[in-house]
Design a protein. Structure first.
Lengths: 482, 112
């Protein structure tokens, strides 16, 4: 059996399920078709760091056997999915895009990954990303950059660049990424796919190689809002292995996408329509807002007054946490070791050899803001501003059901364009980090392209555990695109 | 934006070396001035936070604090005190660069 007749670039979960149910293809044929497409497409894109063919084939065979026996199939039966390389998956290396973890095979599965497989998904392999998820362009991967499938000279965004690119290029039906300061939403917009940032604690972080623990979240990339809702429903929920994971009940997210949006109140924050906003990005989000209005939403201008402080706050909080989390990479328990005669020299040489420039920069910054004499001036101050940012959203959501903003200040930029200016790169996160710091949920929905064909995205933000309304609005934005 | 510096020229090369040592990082002579420049630029940008009066604002370390999600430290918040399966020792040890079968091995710590 083959996957002939299926267009992998546009294949959704529903499309794959229908083809499998009609016996037009099998889980095995679908997995092999994706591997064939990866072999053909990925040399120019470089989204994959490793393929897990053995595990994928075993799972596909299991699904095919279930189908042959007429057993009921779980929601993701036979769906080919790939995983960002900061998430652990037994049988495949986990490098986190870093040389310091080269050759590391984690001895356990990330909970989100295990839940996908338990729901029938076929795990294709591991996806390229910025080193330890630190970056906005995927240029910080120690294994080389990812190229944007929609324009190969452009970045795919970051840090989950491989996760976004793999979906955009039809090399996986869906993927998992992580978002600490925008690392799912920004690449989703740059590659023209859907990307979800769940509420903080909605998805277990067990098996996520930590960058900044109070910010890190796992979320799906997909070709449609509905597919993203399906995946979120599978990976969300409490996990005894992550004490911070929420016990909130997991609602039916797919059902939420089917509810009409008429009557919802949508907030549009003035602070997100800055002077530097690209004209085509602005036109695209304004068009989406008009379309929501046409579907019966009330549009209300709102203010999130501390927005301009989000990026500097983020770079204190995130680097402080990173400096602590990355202390564990010392050449003792896993990954790289650079030999030396004393323990401390071995630590330093290992970390010098293993970490790239951006990771070192962030560890240094984080260590500095936590060091004696600077803690109050930087770290405590940033935590206080974080409270102000969270209150901005709590106040706004007392009045509106969802917030709609541009996703990125510009369309995808060229590879190398911002590589030498850390602050210019950090400003690529200007519309993403406030939601990260506040812990609310968000989604990037494709909203057309520029005249040159570059993808554009709109951000829909929801309140804490407000994924249903967020997805409902996102579906309306998506449905209005033709 | 990158040139903006609202605080005094804060980070010296000495500071860079001190912080690198605290972080167990070894920087090459070429990396040190580059990191000094970047840290000063970024800290100058971060100094914008001083425009805000936060005297009465409590710090927010983790959003569960404002969601009422944190369970009180109580018996209910703890798992049952029973032994349960953990990662296999041999599988974990297999990933270590140097080991003796039971322990991780590291270079000599105490000189005599």
């Amino acid at each position: 059996m083959t996957a002939n007749g299926l267009n992998l670039e546009t294949l959704t979960i529903d499309g794959a399920r229908e083809a499998l149910a009609a016996k037009k293809t099998s889980a095995t044929a679908l997995a092999e078709a994706h591997y064939a497409r990866i072999a053909e497409q990925d040399p120019a894109i470089h989204a994959f760091l490793a393929l897990s063919k053995e595990r994928a084939r075993a799972q596909a065979a299991k699904v095919d056997a279930m189908a042959a026996n007429g057993e009921p199939l779980p929601p993701l039966a036979g769906i080919p999915i790939a995983i960002k390389d900061v998430l652990t998956m037994q049988g495949a290396p986990a490098t986190a895009g870093s040389k310091i973890l080269e050759g590391y095979y984690p001895p356990y599965d990330c909970t989100a990954v295990a839940r996908l497989e338990a729901a029938g998904a076929v795990l294709l392999g591991k996806l390229n990303c910025d080193e330890f998820a630190m970056g906005s362009s995927n240029e910080n991967s120690a294994y080389g950059p990812v190229h944007n499938p929609r324009a190969l000279d452009r970045v795919p965004g970051g840090s989950s660049g491989g996760s976004a690119a793999a979906v955009a290029a039809g090399m996986a039906v869906a993927t998992l990424g992580t978002d600490t300061g925008g690392s799912i939403r920004q690449p989703a917009a740059f590659c023209g796919v859907v990307g979800v940032l769940p509420t903080y604690s909605r998805v277990s972080r067990y098996g996520l190689i930590a960058f900044a623990s109070s910010l890190d979240r796992i979320g799906p990339f997909a070709k449609s809002v509905k597919d993203a809702a399906t995946l979120l429903g599978v990976i969300a929920g409490h996990d005894p292995q992550d004490a911070t994971s929420s016990k909130h009940a997991v609602p039916d997210y797919v059902a939420a996408t089917k509810r009409p949006v008429a009557g919802l109140k949508i907030g549009v924050p003035d602070e997100y329509f800055i002077d530097g906003l690209d004209a085509e990005v602005r036109a695209s989000v304004e068009k989406s807002i008009e379309q929501l209005k046409a579907q019966g939403c009330t549009i209300k201008r709102i203010s999130l007054p501390h927005t301009k402080y989000a990026v500097p706050t983020y770079y204190v909080v995130a680097t402080a946490e990173a400096s602590a989390n990355l202390a564990r990479f010392d050449g003792v328990r896993y990954g790289l070791r650079a030999d030396d005669s004393t323990l401390s020299a071995m630590y330093r040489r290992t970390r010098d050899k293993g970490f790239g420039a951006e990771v070192k920069r962030r560890i240094l910054l984080g260590t500095y803001v936590l060091s004696a004499g600077y803690y109050d001036a930087y770290y405590r101050k940033a935590q206080q501003v974080r409270m102000l940012l969270a209150r901005d959203f709590l106040t706004a959501f007392a009045d509106v059901d969802a917030i709609v903003t541009p996703m990125t200040p510009t369309p995808p930029f060229k590879i190398g364009e911002k590589a030498d200016d850390p602050i210019a790169m950090y400003l690529a996160d200007i519309f993403t980090v406030a939601a990260s710091l506040a812990g609310i949920c968000g989604i990037s929905v494709p909203s057309g392209t520029t005249r040159d064909g570059l993808p554009l995205g709109v951000q829909v933000l929801g309140r804490h555990f407000g994924e249903e309304t967020m997805l409902q609005v996102a579906q309306a934005v998506e449905s209005a695109q033709i | 934006m990158s040139e903006k510096s609202q605080s005094q020229p804060a980070v010296s090369l000495e500071d860079v070396r001190r912080v690198a040592e605290l972080a167990n990082l070894e920087l090459t002579p070429e990396e040190e001035p580059r990191m000094q420049r970047d840290l000063n630029n970024i800290l100058g940008y971060i100094a914008e936070l001083n425009q805000l009066n936060t005297a009465d604002v409590p710090p927010l370390a983790q959003v569960s604090e404002i969601l009422g999600e944190q369970e009180k430290a109580s018996v209910d918040a703890l798992r049952a005190d029973v032994v349960h399966a953990s990662l296999d020792r041999a599988t974990v040890m297999a990933e270590a660069p140097e080991k003796d079968g039971t322990f991780f091995k590291v270079p000599k710590v105490i000189e005599r």
